[in-house]
Write a protein that binds this ligand. Structure first.
Ligand code: NDP
Length: 311
């Protein structure tokens, strides 16, 4: 099997990975990045991004990721397509990473930036209208539906937080909850229940999101009463949880009960020497492009300090 020795390896190509690459390359670490299946991460599925500083007119998610890529390449990042399919992280480097089961990398330091994926309901209409009214991020896209009616599905802390966020921007938030209780913390539930323009549909599921080219309404099924209600909306938010892309590292890297990589508080260090984690892979609270970029910067700075102390 082909093998290669690498000084600084970055796995993942969202805002965290690219920002780590920009900093690592400018620090002379000659980083090599493996992008994963989709170069650019979750922002490749996003349309307008209006909350990333530096783009006063907004930008399309894929275009923004192309800018990140060009900036990382400008300082010499070697960007390659490929998936990390297996790792062997022993207490001391070099750390082994297999790419597509075909190539072995031996790295002095590794930055994990593989992100997380939003969970989806699995409806065809949800897929078809994604980016045309369907979104998995209220903070990113709520503003596009100001003063309009929207729906949100989910009943965890994220759904409650996002419903409250949306209630301040939108006229009415229709919240679809599949059981007769919410999973969210009591305080969050109370806030939702006490917000006049959030209407909760208990024991309900999304039967269909309707609209030809953009979201126009949602058909909600009350499973207890076996009734259907069609509600006109412009935005449909899915907030049923995220899955961090940590499976391949789990044998070696400590994760929490939901699979998020655990780092030293306020840092990007993991439990393994020379392995750092950034972005949504280790952040279940904020999940924003700008916060991912921030922790990507931190990971590169910590990697640079680590490698210069070692070599
Ligand atoms: P959770 O896994 O906690 O909740 C997911 C919710 O989505 C549940 O209510 C679940 O319903 C519902 N759901 C799942 N699948 C479906 C489906 N197919 N159809 C309809 N509903 C569905 O995810 P969160 O993202 O809310 O939270 C993840 C973690 O992050 C939690 O530990 C949370 O506390 C934490 N968090 C903390 C925050 C903070 O501290 N500020 C903010 C946001 C999150 P059911 O209950 O019936 O299973």
């Amino acid at each position: 099997m082909e093998s290669e020795k690498i000084h600084c390896l970055i796995i993942g190509s969202g805002p965290a990975g690219y920002t780590a690459a920009i900093y690592a390359a400018r620090a002379g670490l000659k980083p090599i990045m493996y992008t994963g299946l989709v170069q650019g991460g979750q922002l490749m599925n996003t349309t307008d991004v209006e909350n990333y500083p530096g783009y006063p007119k907004g930008i399309l998610g894929p275009e923004m990721m192309e800018d990140f890529k060009l900036q990382a390449e400008r300082f010499g990042t070697d960007i390659r397509y490929g998936m990390a399919t297996k790792v062997e992280f022993n207490q001391h480097p070099p750390h082994k990473v297999w790419i597509d089961g075909e190539k072995l990398l031996e790295a002095d330091a590794v930055i994990l930036a593989t992100g997380a994926e939003a969970k989806w309901l699995g409806l065809d209409s949800e897929k078809r209208l994604n980016g045309s009214g369907v979104s998995a991020c209220a903070v990113c896209d709520g503003f596009f539906f100001r003063k309009q009616e929207v729906a949100i599905v989910g009943a965890g802390d994220t759904a409650c937080e996002e419903a409250i966020y949306l209630s301040k921007i939108c006229s009415t938030v229709h919240m679809i909850v599949r059981r007769d209780v919410m999973r969210a913390s009591t305080i969050m539930q109370e806030r939702v229940i006490n917000t006049p323009n959030i209407k909760i549909y208990w024991n309900s599921q999304t039967d269909e999101i309707l609209g030809d080219t953009v979201v126009e309404s949602v058909r909600i099924k009350n499973c207890k009463e076996n009734t259907m209600t069609e509600v006109p909306i412009s935005g449909f938010f899915v907030a049923i949880g995220h899955k961090p892309n940590s499976d391949v590292f789990k044998e070696y890297i400590h994760t929490d009960d939901q699979g998020y990589v655990i780092t030293v508080p306020g840092r990007t260090e993991t439990n393994v020497e020379g392995v750092f984690a950034c972005g949504d892979l280790q952040d279940k609270v904020f999940r924003q492009a700008v916060t991912a970029a921030g922790t990507g910067c931190m990971a590169a700075l910590e990697t640079e300090r680590y490698l210069s102390a070692k070599h």
